[in-house]
Structures are given as structure tokens and as C-alpha cells.
Design a protein around this ligand. Sequence first.
Ligand SMILES: Nc1ncnc2c1ncn2[C@@H]1O[C@H](COP(=O)(O)OP(=O)(O)OP(=O)(O)O)[C@@H](O)[C@H]1O
Ligand SMILES: NC(=O)c1ccc[n+]([C@@H]2O[C@H](COP(=O)(O)O)[C@@H](O)[C@H]2O)c1
Length: 288
Amino acid sequence: MSEEQGTSTANGHGQTTELKGYSLPTDVLTGLQEKDRGRIPLVLCACGSFSPVTYLHLRMFEMAKDWARLHTNYTVVGGYLSPVGDAYKKKGLAPAEDRVKMCELACSTQEQKVRFLMVDNWEASQSAYQPTAQVLDHFNHEINTVLGGIDDGTGTSTKTPAKIALLGGADLLETFTQPGVWSTADLDHILTDYGAFIIERAGTDMADALQRLKPEWRERVHAIHQQIRNDVSSTKIRDFLSQDMSIRYLVPELVISYINDHGLYLKDGANGAVDGTAAKNGVVEIAD
Ligand SMILES: Nc1ncnc2c1ncn2[C@@H]1O[C@H](COP(=O)(O)OP(=O)(O)OP(=O)(O)O)[C@@H](O)[C@H]1O
Ligand SMILES: NC(=O)c1ccc[n+]([C@@H]2O[C@H](COP(=O)(O)O)[C@@H](O)[C@H]2O)c1
């Protein structure tokens, strides 16, 4: 994790810490290709706990990428997993450093020629909780201001602005209308200025969740059905691990090795808590 340096605020949402030496990973961020001429580059940003990351988290990007290609004028040029920071204090949250590392290992399993997924540790490195609107502002700043946009594929080094969008599951969409979870201003900013690609999820009625949104927000949501349903969740993975059950073929092999090597998600907390919020055993209760 990067070293901290000073503090600053962004967009009036809350405190962010400037991270010394931080730069957004861009190693597999592609430019537009000849075949994409006339299309808008799209960068998908998945915010979540990833405790631990599963194959479905990776698969969400594939589903959204296909959907964008088939049903929109966007072309996915990059995807980011942004693990939430320790301040989120959710039950089952392993330390941010471990979750970032596991996401990096998961992304390292991508086949060379088709790699477009990266892990950004900016959110995970913040000591204060970062609302998702602010995380999307961060991506927008890094890609469209710092990088100046995406290579437009004309061979002239001209850059074109990328569309930044939130990627998540239908349970996330469902929380949009749950009282006290999101501020109206943040939702308006996320859906009006960025938009969301939402993947159907078992246990959530996506049509109903969409119906509950204001019409002007609803039209900014790309609702994607899972044609091959996968109901894996990080909670189930943690449950399996706590019962010493196999998680093979649900989670990348490198992530399984990392979990074993670091003794994460053990039922009886053999590793003990790191601090009051996140523990190596991943069974910490949400703090008040
Ligand atoms: N099986 C799934 N189907 C659709 N979306 C999913 C699935 N698993 C995770 N997601 C989505 O991935 C994003 C990040 O996931 P998150 O880290 O919260 O995983 P999770 O499995 O929901 O975690 P937990 O079980 O710890 O609550 C969320 O928007 C979530 O909705
Ligand atoms: N107000 C907000 O910005 C807000 C509210 C709820 C969840 N979230 C984000 O959604 C994601 C949800 O992740 P989990 O499903 O693991 O809880 C996290 O990245 C969290 O920061 C943001």
C-alpha cells in the first residue's frame, strides 16, 4: 500500500488522503482500435469488498463488456476493481492490503491477449471511507484529466474522453432506494454523470429494483441478465472456508493459495484481529 502524504478534500464529499507515489495502473488500458471507430471508450469500475474476490467478480466485467458491445455505442477499454477501505467496517472484511493483493492475483490470471482488468488501490488506501460517487470522480480525474483520455485509434496520438461507469450486481442496485444508504446527491451524480452497468443476481428482483428508481435515473442503468447464472458470493466462500470446505474453481487458484498462506477467513480467528475493524480471520462485526 502506498505511503500517505498530507490530506486534501475532493468534491466536498469527504476527506481523501493524497498517496505518495500513487498512480493509476494503466498497463492493460487499451486505446480504441480500428474496428471501434466511432464508438465511445468505456471504463468499468467495480466498487466492492472483494473479501475475497471470486470468479464471478471477474465474470461481471465480461458480461458488461459483451453487453456494451452488443447493445450500446461503447467499447470497453479497461476495467478496474476498487476494493473498499478498512473504514467500511463490514462483517467479513479482511484487511484492505490482503483484499487488494488477492484482486491483483486474480487479475494476473487473465490471458495475455485479452487482458483489460486492473486493480486500483486508491480507495483501499484511504483511512476515511470513500463514498462511491467520490471513487468514480477519482477514476474520472485520473483517466480523463491526468491521462487526458483514451487513444482514439486514429494513429495520431489524439485522445478522446472515456465514459466512466459503475459496475455492480443487482443487490447494489437494490440498495439505491434503501433509506439512509445513499445520499440523493450522490445517486444523482453517479447515475446522471456516469451511469451504471448492473448484473442480475439471485435473490434480487432486478426489474422491481429498477422500477423503484426515478425514471431519469432508471434510464441511466444498463440492466444485464446473466445468461449462465452464477450465484457465488464472497459470503459463501467465507462460509466454505470456515468449514474447511473446498473453494476450488470458484476462486482463482492463486487467491486460494494466498488465503491459505495468510490464514484468512478461519472460523476461530487463529490469526487474531489486526485492529478493531478488520481482522485476519475475517469475522469481525460491523462497528457502531
Ligand atoms: N453472484 C453475483 N452475481 C451478481 N453480482 C455479484 C455477484 N457476486 C458479487 N456481485 C457484485 O459484485 C460487486 C462487488 O461484490 P462484493 O465484494 O460486495 O461481493 P459479495 O459477494 O456481494 O460480497 P459479500 O458476500 O461479502 O457481501 C457488488 O456490486 C455485487 O453486487
Ligand atoms: N453511499 C455510498 O456511496 C455507498 C452506499 C452503499 C454501498 N456503497 C459501496 O458499494 C459497495 C458495496 O460493497 P458490498 O456489497 O461488499 O457491501 C462498496 O464499494 C461500498 O463502498 C457505497
